[in-house]
Design a protein around this ligand. Structure first.
Ligand SMILES: C[S@@+](CC[C@H](N)C(=O)[O-])C[C@H]1O[C@@H](n2cnc3c(N)ncnc32)[C@H](O)[C@@H]1O
Length: 261
């Protein structure tokens, strides 16, 4: 029942725009993939950088709720709230004109019965400032200020030492921003050769360097470009997500996945 409620919200038409809530930021299809993946892998610590109208946050939170396991840290500074609030108020069925972004999210999550599974933090992200959950990260979705090459490098610089040994990083649009695509291809090739580009090591403390060296030397890195055909998209520029999958090098899958003979 409550999954239907979330999907109904995501498919609602946004007043004055010829798009749905999901289409507003181009994750109308990807949010279903995230829901499925959270159901399949049951991550504990999920971080979403850039919440927008909550399409992907709510789908991941719904999966966390169904799993009865895990938590979504949702980070946003409400940068685009001014433009969003009037179009969204009809869907929520109440005036949002004087509401803060934080209150809107609170109301939305309450309506969808997801408030227990999301922890919102108002943080202005920069290429030097991110959010530290103080525990290993299982799933990271970056959809905020900079999906270009520098944004990708700073994101990986900050989060790779913090990623769990079986985890995923998703970067919105990076696969179809050409320089970002090439930078990611290059970084992952280095990791596959057990080498770490200098720019990812600089300014890390000893513990982070140790963690990064450990994760690169013991992990298999797979880069998948999740691209969407033009025909599927209203919001044409929001047409890809780069997926970096991190797994321990082993003869078996981890994350309690059974293998059969
Ligand atoms: C593309 S939307 C996120 C969409 C959401 N992930 C989805 O697919 O449903 C980007 C969000 O990032 C936020 N944002 C942009 N720059 C930011 C920054 N520097 N720090 C924190 N949040 C930021 C905006 O306020 C906006 O809500």
């Amino acid at each position: 029942m409550s999954l239907e409620k979330v999907i109904r919200y995501i498919n609602s038409k946004v007043e004055g725009h010829d798009v749905t809530v999901g289409q507003m930021y181009g994750t109308e299809n990807f949010c279903h993939l995230l829901y499925s993946l959270v159901k399949m892998e049951q991550p504990d610590t999920i971080i979403e950088l850039g919440v927008g109208a909550g399409a992907t946050t709510c789908m991941m939170a719904q999966a966390v709720k169904e799993n009865n396991k895990g938590f979504v840290f949702a980070i946003d500074n409400g940068d685009q709230w001014k433009e969003m609030k009037i179009p969204l108020q009809k869907i929520l069925g109440e005036s949002l004109a004087d509401e803060s972004y934080e209150n809107f999210l609170h109301k939305l999550l309450e309506k969808l019965e997801l408030e227990k599974y999301v922890h919102f933090k108002n943080i202005t992200l920069t290429n030097k400032q991110f959010f530290d959950p103080k525990k290993p990260v299982d799933l990271l979705f970056f959809d905020a200020h900079d999906s270009g090459p520098l944004g990708c490098i700073s994101l990986l610089h900050y989060y790779l030492p913090k990623m769990n040994k079986y985890s995923s990083i998703f970067i919105d649009r990076a696969s179809t921003i050409h320089h970002a695509y090439l930078v990611l291809e290059q970084i992952i090739k280095h990791f596959q050769n057990k080498a770490i580009p200098e720019c990812l090591l600089s300014a890390l403390d000893d513990k982070e360097i140790k963690n990064l060296r450990h994760i690169v030397s013991t992990s298999k890195f797979t880069l998948i470009h999740l691209t969407e055909t033009g025909k599927a998209k209203i919001n044409k520029t929001q047409n890809s997500t780069a997926w970096i999958k991190i797994e321990p090098i082993d003869l078996y899958h981890h994350n309690h996945v059974e293998t059969f003979v």
